[in-house]
Design a protein around this ligand. Structure first.
Ligand code: ATP
Ligand code: MG
Length: 450
């Protein structure tokens, strides 16, 4: 992509309405534009990162054996009356009437709808286990939308629902989700710690939230510092292996880690004092097991092995896809701008031409761009007739992890400069070697998608 043809409306001034760094940087880097309180348009750069995050989420869900579907944003209130949540949900639910006077709502979550699909089409235990998920816009009329996409009213969320014959199977689904979430966040360059949490209006007994530690987080958390040393890494796991998934859950949840809702001073005091931490965190996901709550209320049963109807055991599992952009920026930025982790960067590298209009420099940049693209990488080539300083500042602000700088002086010696946004370190090398290096760096970040 050539910057001269792209749409990147960066702001020079720091927007005064933004209170936290991720919101400021998303506005300054031209990623989003607010259209109403807590409702945003996604401009090209923001939309690209949103898609990258979404693709990683899909990739890891499909790997875990979960099946993507898409449910509608607008739902009839009738299903929600069946579960009793139409009355219970309160003011966060945006309600409206269609022209026939029927009660409709904008989906805040979709347990009822997916249970309705299930009861219409699944009748035998032989069709289980089944996990369906979607990535879809949600609306919650938050009392205080703030911090940009972090607490929006309209937001993008992955919501998945498991259906199992027994509690034991449903707990395996819970563990499977925990493993897949650990992988998902790590691929985005994030550490998200599973913490015991409170189940809120979804209901149920077992639930963990995934928290990214950050000063600007809205949740207060308490944990044993040892937990921050755990990494899932690139271990192989068989998602059908119940013991293996259970072992990962135990490894990642046996140390003390709780949000303030479930915090227990007495238990916390058992953690050696030097390892006790209290901090703030951003909730980027949550998993629930809630048993037969919805299947009982809505009559979602299957014929069991003995021919008798059994209500299915369920859980639901969410990832805050749009909130993740804010969380990643909170965790990865400096005073000059964003620093995207390789897994989610909107472009793989920037190309800066120090002397636009110079025949040799222009040709070298175009050749670099073409060879990167031929190898499946997406560069953003700043081909504008601007001062070098301005070009560097824009690249730093939008946070591409790698930059290739091309100028007449280097070209005389057959080299370009490859610079890491994170460390600021540069090396001079022939253009083909810079390209190869980027190919190697991005190799582990290939996303399969659906
Ligand atoms: P919170 O406690 O932050 O209000 P929640 O627990 O009500 O969130 P869930 O129902 O667990 O939210 O939704 C799954 C995920 O969706 C959350 O972990 C969070 O990452 C994301 N999410 C929830 N509400 C919002 C929002 N208003 N804006 C952006 N993302 C959100
Ligand atoms: Mg939650």
């Amino acid at each position: 992509m050539r910057l001269s043809r792209y749409f990147l409306p960066v702001l020079k001034e720091t927007p005064s309405e933004a209170q936290i760094v991720s919101h400021r940087l998303m506005l300054r880097a031209g990623m989003i534009k607010q259209s109403a309180a807590g409702i945003y348009s996604w401009l090209p750069l923001g939309f690209k990162v949103l898609r990258k995050i979404e693709n990683i989420v899909h990739d890891e869900q499909v790997r875990a054996g979960h099946i993507p579907i898409q449910m509608p944003i607008l739902q009839s209130a009738d299903l929600w009356r069946e579960s009793g949540r139409y009355e219970a949900y309160g003011e966060e639910m945006l309600r409206m009437k269609d022209r026939q006077g029927r009660d409709m709502l904008y989906t805040p979550t979709a347990e009822e709808l997916v249970t309705d699909i299930f009861r219409a089409h699944v009748s035998s235990y032989k069709d289980l286990p089944l996990t369906l998920y979607q990535i879809q816009w949600k609306f919650r009329d938050e009392i205080r939308p703030r911090f940009g996409v972090m607490r929006g009213r309209e937001f993008y969320m992955k919501d998945g629902y498991n259906f199992d014959l027994t509690k034991e199977d449903a707990l395996h689904a819970y563990n499977r989700h925990l493993v897949s979430y650990l992988r998902t966040y790590e691929r985005m360059g994030l550490q998200a710690i599973p913490m015991r949490a409170d189940s809120g209006p979804i209901g149920g007994d077992d639930t963990h939230e995934f928290l990214v530690l950050a000063e600007t987080g809205e949740s207060e958390v308490f944990y044993d510092s040892e937990i921050t040393e755990l990494k899932f890494g690139n271990r192989e796991i068989d998602y059908d292996d119940k013991a293996a998934c259970r072992a990962v859950l135990e490894e990642f949840t046996s140390r003390y880690a709780r949000t303030d809702e479930t915090h227990d001073e007495a238990k916390f005091a058992e953690v050696p004092e030097a390892r006790r931490r209290s901090a703030r965190g951003i909730e980027v996901g949550q998993i629930f097991y809630f048993g037969t709550k919805y299947s009982d209320a809505m009559g979602a049963t299957v014929q069991g092995p003995d021919g008798k109807p059994v209500p299915v055991h369920m859980g639901s599992h969410g990832i805050g896809v749009s909130r993740l952009l804010g969380a990643i920026i909170e965790a990865s930025h400096d005073e000059n701008g964003i620093i995207w982790p390789e897994g989610v960067t909107p472009f793989h590298c920037g190309i800066i031409n120090l002397k636009q209009g110079d025949e040799e420099a222009d040709a070298a940049c175009a050749a670099l761009e073409a060879s990167l693209e031929a190898l499946g990488l997406e560069p953003l080539y700043d081909d504008r007739k601007e001062r070098a300083g301005g070009k560097f500042a824009t690249m730093d602000l939008i946070g591409l992890p790698w930059r290739i700088t091309v100028g007449p002086r280097g070209l005389k010696n057959g080299v370009v400069e490859l610079t890491s946004r994170r460390t600021g370190e540069s090396e001079e090398l022939p253009p083909e070697e810079a390209v190869q290096k980027l190919v190697d760096i991005y190799q582990p970040h290939k996303v399969k998608g659906l």
